[in-house]
Design a protein around this ligand. Sequence first.
Ligand SMILES: [Zn+2]
Length: 443
Amino acid sequence: MILGGRVIDPESSLDTVRNIGLLDGRIAIIAAEAIQGRDTIDARGLVVAPGFIDLHDHGQTPEIYRLRSLDGVTTTFELEVGASDVDAWYRQRSAGQLINHGVSIGHIKVRMAVMNDPGGFLPVGDGAYAQASRAQIDEIIKRMETGLSQGAVSIGAGFQYTPAATCDEELAVFRLASTSKTPVHLHCRRGVTGVRKELSLVDDTGAALHVVHINSTSLADTPTTLQMISDARARGHDVTAEAYPYAAGMTEIQSATIQDIYGNAPDEQLAKIEWPTTGERLNRESFERYRRIGGPIVVHDNSEEMVTMALTSPLTVIASDAYWQNGSGHPRTTGTFSRVLGRYVRETQSLSMMDAIRKMTLAPARRLEVRVPAMRQKGRLRAGADADITIFNTASVKDRSTYREPSLAPVGIEHVIVNGVSVVAGGRPIDGVAPGKPVRAPH
Ligand SMILES: [Zn+2]
């Protein structure tokens, strides 16, 4: 039982004090009157919300699931880069995980496999820079069809990371999305030209498109690209977007997206790049030196004004783009959801509490539920829904992670429940539980 909390449900617009009873991993009752049960959480003075759903999370390990749970995340997905072998991805996590999890069939990963790219997380060789033959494109699409038949949640792609992919190849990916009624979660090419090109694929095929981290690919073009998405919706297309609440991004220094932009850039532009382990800003000499070593970089290339615009647009959901390797990464990994609630809802009041919660729960669930009916039971607080619940203190909720100390857990996220089991209580992680379940399309 969760007693006396301010229960906020974006589907029914409920925002009032209620008692909630959980049974067998589901919400059994939401009532104004007293209820009785075995275990009790005193939620007086706290907000009780559906568990946060993250559509964009690159860290899919037990370590990251723990960090994400402390930020209120109960279901997390790797949908942009995705996996090349969907069955294997779920099998690797079948021993039981802390939070719910799912993956896309990823064009980037499949292309890396077919083109024999030597890269780890992202392509650095032929997966990025070699044109695929007709036979290779056919092989890529065939493997993506296999991934869909194995229950992939969506199709992932990032044509900025695979610059040698031709129009034919991109069109083949979007045709597959259209015929299989599966949304493409796409890292668009940069700026207005990028979004225009990707939206032309939507116009050609009618595929559903989710533009990932529009804040970091649109930057100063954010007002224009949001308008273009709005126009595409007015033409009848299913296009949505997502944003994370930070003005700096993070990716690999060896990736095509960084080499394209900064490979020949002057020192003043290179100074936007931070080497996170030392905090130093780069110049030509240090850029070349670190490029040979490889690793993640922080890119300070956006403004607070654009971030706020992306976060508050009715077209976007909140998604972290969580990025973590070898014990370090971007602070968005640990602070995205608490930062939205602390900074943008409480401090700057750019978002209402109801809108913020909708963008973290109901809206991402709806993005997936046409293909993944299981998502109809998430992102809502109602009898029968999955008991994925996040309980936080509106007065204290705040991110603490920084670019130098990215693993600091937030404060104010008091209780997190996954499928009826507490994974965070009193702001502290609970050890030895694994209630998270795989989320998968019917297969
Ligand atoms: Zn991306």
